[in-house]
Design a protein. Sequence first.
Length: 289
Amino acid sequence: MQTKETHIVPPQEKAIRIQEYAVNIFTTIPTRSALKKAIKKGLILVNDQTSSTSILLNGGEKIELLEQDTATPKKQFTLSLSVAFEDDYLAIIEKPAGILVSGNTFKSIDNALVQNLAKSNLTDMVRPRPVHRLDYPTTGLLLIGKTSASILALNSLFEQRKVHKTYHAITIGSMTQIGRIQSLTDGKEAVSHFKVLQSVTSNRFEELNLVELSPETGRKHQLRKHMSELNNPILGDTAYGKEGLILKRKGLYLHASKLEFTHPFTEEYVVVESKLPKKFIKIFPDFAF
């Protein structure tokens, strides 16, 4: 603990107890009861030694008031994350399924970043923060800012649509090979592009497709809504899937597989890719890369 205030006792005609003398010598201890509490907490030192209420003062003693440590250690959420890219400015991590990116919850990616990323050496370093979101059931690449300037710059890149994101999904039902979807999501324009990479027949779902998705905009649940609007919902989507064709207990088959952008500080063109999850490969083994 650090010293908050210091007082030197002037010469006294006769010895006096500290609990009587030291009232009002410190700005934050105006009463005798407050002084007693501070002594009991070990916050009062006399000549560098912890005081008691019975100590007698004669003059010349150094009395110190220590700064009370009021900060409660924050409990950390323990979660091991795979780091795909990292420097002093930013990082890209692999988000697992079944966890929120951020929000008013203890179990979040946001609360697990400090233990997984190296501390930035730059003067404006801050606690690492996600600069965009992935849905709770979605897996894949998530961009993180590690400095104040980086967080602002990355947010600006997203606003200018200069971060190119590629997703892979497995969808249900027969669909055209390539296309563009434009619609309103929550009253705002939402645009996505899709390309079917491979299709397989299925006893339960008739046909399953491995689809590459590229959103131009970043609306909430945009890709999930757009696939549902095409009548080709994403496998495992309990919110936008077809009744009777919702695969349960396997999670959502939507993966953020690629991020591309110009680094706002090094000007390097960053391209980071993520392997498809094993559950994708079980259905489409040709895409095990």
